[in-house]
Design a protein around this ligand. Structure first.
Ligand code: NAI
Length: 464
C-alpha cells in the first residue's frame, strides 16, 4: 500500500502527537507512525505520567500513616498497602490519557499507523507493522523517536531485578532493599516512591552532589530533606557492575564493598533513540552524542526531514519536546515558529517538589553576569502552614543593573505549579520589581514568590 501525506511523523510521544495535532489543525494531511499499541511515548506509557500517579499514591500512603494525626484525624487501624490496586490506578490513568490522544487523532483526522517506521530515501517512510510492510510517501518527515535509558558498562540489565525506570514503575512487591544508581531526577522520584512504600533505598551517585543541573543551594537543601525521609545517599561512588545473586543482586563500585540488595534501578541518564531509523538512506549522520543535528528550524541535513524532542540536543523533557514540535510545524506551515530555550521550566516531583526556570546561580557566576538575589522561606507562609508543608524556599535572581528576572528556583509545596508564574513573568521580560509589585492573593503559596522578589531589593515583608 502507498499513501501520500504532507507530513509523516515517526514517533507518537509528546513531540510526535503534539506535532500531529498542530499540523492537522493547520490543515495538513498527517500520519503518525508509532510502534507501540498505545500512543503517548515514554512520557505517558513509562515515564512522567505513571511516575506522577505513583508519587501521588505513595504520598497519600505516608500521609495516612503519619501525617493525619496532626490534623486531628485518627485512623482506627494503621493503613495497609494494596500494591496491585495502586498499580491498577496508575495503569488506568495511563490508559485513559492514551485513549484521549487516540480520540484527538480521530477528531483531527490524523492517520495513526501502527508499526516501526524507518526512512526509505527522501519522501518515503516504510512501516513494518503487524499486517506487513507499508510505504508512506510524504512531502515532509518529522523524526520524534525520543530516547531510551543510557546503559552503564558492567551493569547487565535483566529487566527484572536489575532494570530501569520501566521496571521500577511496576515492581510486583515492595523491595526490601532497592539500590538506585544515579541521584538524578528519575532516581529521586522513583527512589522516593519505593521509600515511602517501605523499601530501604540506597542511592549511589558518581558526583559529590545530587541533582546535577539544579541550583546547588536547592540541591543541598533537597539532600537534607530526602535524608530525613530515610533515603541513604552515597556520593562520589563510581558503580562498576551488578550481578544477580539468587533472588537478589550485588552492586560493585570502585573502592567500596559490594552492596547486596533485592533490586537495582539504573538511572544514569537517557540517550537518543535512533535504532533502525534508516538515517543512512537520507544521509543523516549523528553527532558524537548520538543526537540528530538540526538547524535553527529543526531541519536536518536531509531536505524535507526534520527532528525534534529527545532525539535532538537539549533538555530531555516532554514540554521542551512539545514546544519544539509546535514551533517546527508552525514554521513549516506558516513560516514562523520559535522556542525560547531559556524559559523551559524544570521540575522534580519529589516531596517537597523542586522547580526552576532560567539560569541557576552557579550558571550566572560562571558566566560573570552581575546579579542580585532574594529568597524567602515557606516556613513563614500561612497557606504552607495550613497545608502542613513548610519545608523549602523560593530564590529569585535578577540582573544587577536592569533588575530583569534571570532565574527563579523553588523547593517547596506545589513548586511545580508555582514556577508557571515565574516563567510567564520572564516571558514578558519582567523585573523582580514587577513580581514584587503584583498583588498576590492571601493566603497563597505564591506570596512566597512575591516575598523573594521583594527580598531582591532588600525589603521582604515576611522576614526580619
Ligand atoms: P539524570 O541525568 O537526571 O541523572 C543521572 C545521574 O546519574 C547523574 O547524577 C549522574 O552523575 C549519575 N551517574 C552517572 N554515571 C554514574 C555511575 N557510574 N555511578 C553512579 N552515578 C552515576 O538522568 P535520569 O535520572 O536517568 O533521567 C533521565 C532523563 O529523564 C533526564 O534528562 C530527565 O530530565 C528526564 N526526566 C525528567 C523528569 C521530570 O522532568 N520530572 C522525570 C524523569 C526523567
Amino acid at each position: 500500500m502507498t499513501d501520500s501525506y504532507d507530513l509523516v511523523i515517526i514517533g507518537g510521544g509528546p513531540a510526535g502527537y503534539t506535532a500531529s495535532l498542530r499540523a492537522a489543525q493547520l490543515g495538513w494531511r498527517v500520519a503518525c507512525v508509532e510502534k507501540e499499541p498505545k500512543l503517548g511515548g515514554t512520557c505517558l506509557r513509562v515515564g512522567c505520567i505513571p511516575s506522577k500517579a505513583l508519587l501521588e499514591s505513595s504520598e497519600r500512603f505516608v500521609e495516612a500513616g503519619h501525617g493525619l494525626a496532626a490534623h486531628g484525624i485518627v485512623l482506627p487501624v494503621a493503613p495497609a498497602l494494596d500494591l496491585p490496586r495502586m498499580m491498577g490506578r496508575k495503569d488506568a490513568i495511563v490508559q485513559s490519557l492514551a485513549s484521549g490522544i487516540e480520540l484527538m487523532f480521530k477528531k483531527r483526522q490524523v492517520v495513526r499507523v501502527l508499526g516501526h517506521g524507518r526512512l526509505d530515501g527522501l519522501g518515503r517512510v516504510q512501516v513494518d507493522g503487524p499486517d506487513g510492510t507499508t510505504t508512506l510517501t510524504t512531502k515532509h518527515v518529522l523524526i520524534a523517536t525520543g530516547s531510551e535509558p543510557s546503559p552503564l558498562p558492567g551493569v547487565a540489565l535483566d529487566l527484572d531485578r536489575i532494570g530501569t525506570s520501566t521496571e521500577a514503575l511496576a515492581y510486583p512487591e515492595v523491595p526490601g532493599h532497592l539500590v538506585v544508581i544515579g541521584a538524578g531526577v528519575i532516581g529521586l522520584e522513583l527512589g522516593s516512591v519505593w521509600r515511602r512504600l517501605g523499601a530501604r533505598v540506597t542511592v549511589l551517585e558518581y558526583l559529590p552532589r545530587i541533582l546535577p543541573g539544579i541550583d546547588s543551594d536547592v540541591a543541598r537543601r533537597a539532600e537534607v530533606f530526602f535524608k530525613r525521609q530515610g533515603l541513604t545517599f552515597e556520593l562520589g561512588v563510581k558503580v562498576t557492575g551488578t550481578t544477580r545473586d539468587g533472588d537478589g543482586c550485588r552492586v560493585t563500585a570502585e573502592g567500596r564493598e559490594p552492596l547486596a540488595c533485592d533490586r537495582v534501578l539504573l538511572c544514569v541518564g537517557r540517550r537518543p533513540f535512533t535504532a533502525g531509523l534508516g538515517l543512512d538512506t537520507v544521509g543523516i549522520a549523528l553527532d558524537p552524542r548520538g543526537r540528530i543535528p538540526i538547524g535553527a528550524h529543526f531541519e536536518t541535513s536531509a531536505p524535507g526531514v526534520f527532528a525534534v524532542g529527545d532525539v535532538v540536543a537539549g533538555a530531555m523533557l516532554a514540554h521542551k519536546a512539545e514546544e519544539e514540535a509546535v514551533a517546527c510545524v508552525e514554521h513549516l506551515v506558516t513560516g514562523v515558529g520559535h522556542v525560547d530555550y531559556n524559559l523551559i521550566p524544570n521540575v522534580v516531583y519529589t516531596s517537597p517538589e523542586i522547580a526552576s526556570v532560567g539560569k541557576t546561580e552557579d550558571e550566572l557566576k560562571d558566566a560573570g553576569v552581575p546579579y542580585r538575589k532574594g529568597s524567602s522561606p515557606f516556613a513563614a507562609n500561612g497557606r504552607a502552614k495550613a497545608f502542613g508543608h513548610t519545608d523549602g524556599f523560593v530564590k529569585v535572581l535578577a540582573h544587577q543593573e536592569t533588575d530583569r528576572l534571570l532565574g527563579v528556583h523553588v523547593i517547596g509545596p506545589w513548586a511545580s505549579e508555582l514556577i508557571a508564574e515565574a516563567a510567564t513573568a520572564m516571558a514578558f521580560g519582567a523585573s523582580s520589581e514587577d513580581l514584587a509589585r503584583t498583588c498576590h492573593a492571601h493566603p497563597t503559596l505564591a506570596e512566597v514568590l512575591k516575598d523573594a522578589a521583594l527580598a531582591v531589593d532588600g525589603r521582604p515583608l515576611s522576614q526580619a
